[in-house]
Design a protein around this ligand. Structure first.
Ligand SMILES: [Zn+2]
Length: 349
């Protein structure tokens, strides 16, 4: 009994979600300009990021056509007879019918909140409820008084918006930007382009590198049993690339008792770094290395129970917790542990 109820509930839920995606009311299938009751349900504004995600998947309705913006925000895209009209974004056909003013017309509702309108078609090739992809042919362009064109528009909540905010009329390209749509009185919509997000520019030359990208800490620095663990144990896979943490000079490369194969690098920033248990060292004493250079491969030489990198940071010969300089969760440098000088970074003492 209980199982049957669950199954029935599930079926009802599936039917409901399918309904929300592909079924429209009689009015929605009839009227070109109509409010979308779900659009501003949660908030009076929403954004569409045309620079990323699926809204980048875009197609100009008539790729070879010539677009002209009319005063009512319709775009007439003139082309040659028989051309295919394509859906601008992925979506669901809300309306596909003949109207007195628009001829054969299609409206596609897109998940990003926009609706696109394609009028004056010779033939509609989709019907209400059809799912379409960006670039899918939905109609054949029509001819009126000797001119072959598609009457195209973009609507939000039933009102046409200036389409040249979304794409270039000349190049047909989508403008890759973040656009804000705000509800105003009498179901109009304000459209504004948000300032491009400021992307922090990475330094052209990275002055540091995490020694074992993707690694997990399997044993931290500090007390371990009765003795002190002088470094941090980092694990990925056997024979993985070990990177020099900073620019520097190799001052040791060879076997060193319990360390097994060890590489020691002296850096101008005041640190020395140790990389040990390597299956193979790829540098020799005297080599100048850059941050991020591959200096060795991980292994299990010396006193080690599993292949890993034992990584040490030392100041004046004394081990310091590598956690002072690197965040092992995010695999990034701790800038607060360094002072920026004219010719680079040096550790704080
Ligand atoms: Zn260790």
């Amino acid at each position: 009994m209980k199982t049957r109820q669950i199954v029935l509930t599930l079926i009802a839920m599936i039917a409901l979600s399918a309904c929300a995606q592909t079924q429209f009311t009689a009015l929605e299938q009839q009227q070109i300009s109509i409010e979308d009751p779900t659009l501003f349900e949660k908030s009076d504004a929403f954004t569409v990021d045309f620079a990323s995600g699926r809204d980048k998947d875009y197609c100009f309705p008539l790729p070879v056509g010539k677009a002209k913006l009319m005063s009512d925000y319709n775009v007439e895209i003139e082309t040659t007879r028989g051309d295919a009209v394509k859906s601008m974004f992925a979506g669901v056909v809300r309306l596909s019918r003949h109207s007195a003013t628009n001829g054969n017309v299609i409206v596609v509702r897109h998940p990003n909140g926009l609706e696109t309108v394609y009028g004056n078609n010779a033939e509609n090739l989709v019907k209400s409820g059809d799912k379409v992809k960006a670039g899918q042919t939905i109609a054949i362009v029509g001819t009126e008084k000797g001119r072959t064109f598609c009457r195209f528009a973009i609507m939000v909540n039933g009102s046409r918006i200036n389409p040249s905010i979304i794409f270039s009329l000349e190049s047909h390209r989508l403008r890759q930007q973040l656009v804000l749509f705000q509800k105003t009185a009498n179901w109009k919509v304000n459209v504004s382009v948000m300032k491009e997000p400021v992307v922090e520019k990475p330094e052209s030359v990275q002055w540091w590198a995490y020694p074992l990208p993707g690694a997990k800490v399997i044993s931290p620095y500090g007390k371990r049993g009765g003795r002190r663990h002088t470094g941090v144990d980092l694990k990925t896979t056997n024979r993985d690339n070990i990177l020099a943490a900073f620019d520097g000079e190799v001052v040791y490369s060879g076997v060193y008792s319990g360390y097994g194969n060890l590489v020691r690098i002296r850096h101008d920033n005041g640190l020395e770094t140790y990389y040990s248990h390597n299956s193979k060292n790829l540098v020799k004493v005297g080599d100048q290395v850059k941050a991020g250079d591959v200096i060795a491969l991980t292994g299990q030489t010396g006193r080690a129970t599993t292949p890993h990198l034992h990584f040490e940071t030392r100041v004046g010969g004394q081990p310091v917790n590598p956690n002072t300089y690197f965040d092992h969760q995010t695999h990034t440098i701790r800038l607060e542990a360094f002072n920026k000088k004219r010719d680079g970074y040096v550790i704080k003492r």
